[in-house]
Write a protein that binds this ligand. Structure first.
Ligand SMILES: *Cc1c(COP(=O)(O)O)cnc(C)c1O
Length: 389
């Protein structure tokens, strides 16, 4: 059925599709292999690396949510990025990637480029001159990540896509932070959307997964071929779990965002909070672009702690409802110190260049009651204020 709204796609994909027992929720097909109806008659699914009913349903839900034509679900977000690069880049080809992209993406492209698999240019994509210089080298692929991690910088997707198209480059947007609920890169001119479904899409911190979604059927076919060739595809159980998570995506994203707005208001009043980074703040440099290209501001935020580093550590230790952990987008609230956790592999110089200070803390606002989250932050700030360390 066409023209279904996102919440309906998320809830209904695969419902009542079981023809054998009429299970309302699609069953999990764990079988590795599928019988051929007769000699020489290839079934829809023959071997799970190349295809599986649960993965197929998840792919359908994801490309419909992103208004794409096809998708390949992979075993993690990193392998989605690797699949995309493998399918389209040869040794003479260049990929342009953000200098402040997800640390694992940086490591992947950097390491493979050092091996000579392809060339990579890391640029500050908010710097028009730097981006244009990179595009003059006629790259094959451009990766955008907006909002970025951990400073939630925003890049104008439509503007970059227009420039990239002029030099014949294909553009992918890593849409992990906003999901199709708040941002639709294919509608803004991108050729691919990539997700770590580990984060908001699955949303319960119990699956590692990824996806590449395509604007064209041809690209979906190319990527499916490569996904099978290099063995990047996701498992049936993970696909089942992720589709189950996506059923509630819209409802979850609304509460994540609502609570993050309450927390932002609270943080603005705190003497131990210096700068707050969130695209909803009028002083945020990406605020106007975010308003133009996003339908919500998202709920990832970070801030500079104004006290000493010892006070910061004490504050984090006193929190009861924000777990000190990496990852994001789950139902549970998390706090992360990027410089010593998610981004530590970057090294001091690269951290400084990307603007990630030792005083920076990142919050993934979960679905606990927002007043409980604020009470928890309040008691930890109060204790940190009087801490003599
Ligand atoms: C986590 C993350 C990835 C990598 O995904 P994995 O599932 O951990 O491999 C890529 N991009 C962004 C923005 C992420 O947050």
């Amino acid at each position: 059925m066409s023209n279904r709204k996102p919440a309906t796609i998320a809830v209904r994909t695969g419902i009542e599709s079981d023809t054998q027992h009429h299970a309302v929720v699609p069953p999990i097909y764990l079988s590795t292999n599928y019988g051929f109806p007769a000699f020489g008659e290839v079934p829809t699914y023959d071997y799970t690396r190349s295809g599986n009913p649960n993965r197929g349903l998840l792919e359908q839900a994801l490309y419909e949510l992103e208004s794409g034509k096809g998708a390949v679900v992979t075993n993690c977000g990193t392998s989605a990025l690797n699949l995309w690069a493998s399918a389209f880049l040869g040794p003479e080809d260049t990929i342009v990637a953000p200098h402040d992209c997800y640390g694992g993406s940086y490591r992947l492209f950097n390491t493979r480029a050092q091996k000579g698999d392809f060339k990579v240019l890391f640029v500050d994509q908010g710097d028009d001159a730097a981006l244009e210089a990179a595009l003059e080298t006629k790259p094959k692929l451009v990766l955008l990540e907006t909002p970025s991690n951990p400073l939630v910088r925003v890049v104008d997707i439509a503007a970059v896509c227009e420039k990239a198209k002029k030099v014949g480059a294909l553009v992918a947007v890593d849409n992990t932070f906003l999901t199709p609920v708040y941002q639709k890169p294919l509608e803004l001119g991108a050729d691919f959307v990539i997700h770590s479904t580990t984060k908001y899409l699955n949303g319960h911190s119990d699956v590692i997964g990824g996806v590449v979604i395509t604007k064209t059927e041809q690209h979906a076919e190319d990527l499916a071929w490569w996904g099978n060739c290099i063995g990047a595809t996701g498992t049936p159980f993970d696909s089942y779990m992720t589709l189950r998570g996506i059923r509630t995506l819209g409802a979850r994203m609304r509460v994540h965002e609502e609570s993050s707005q309450h927390i932002l208001e609270f943080l603005k009043q705190q003497p131990l909070v210096k700068v707050i980074y969130h695209p909803s703040l009028p002083e945020h440099p990406g605020h106007e672009i975010a308003k133009k290209q996003q339908s919500g501001f998202g709920s990832m935020l970070s801030f500079e702690f104004a006290g000493s580093f010892e006070q910061l550590k004490y504050f984090v230790g006193e929190l009861k409802l924000f777990s000190l952990a990496e990852s994001l987008g789950g139902v549970e609230s998390l706090i992360c110190h990027p410089a010593s956790m998610t981004h530590r592999a970057m090294g001091e110089a690269a951290l400084e260049e990307a603007g990630v200070s030792q005083q920076l803390l990142r919050l993934s606002v979960g679905l606990e009651d927002a007043t409980d989250l604020i009470d928890d932050l309040q008691q930890a700030f109060d204790k940190a204020k009087t801490f003599q360390g």
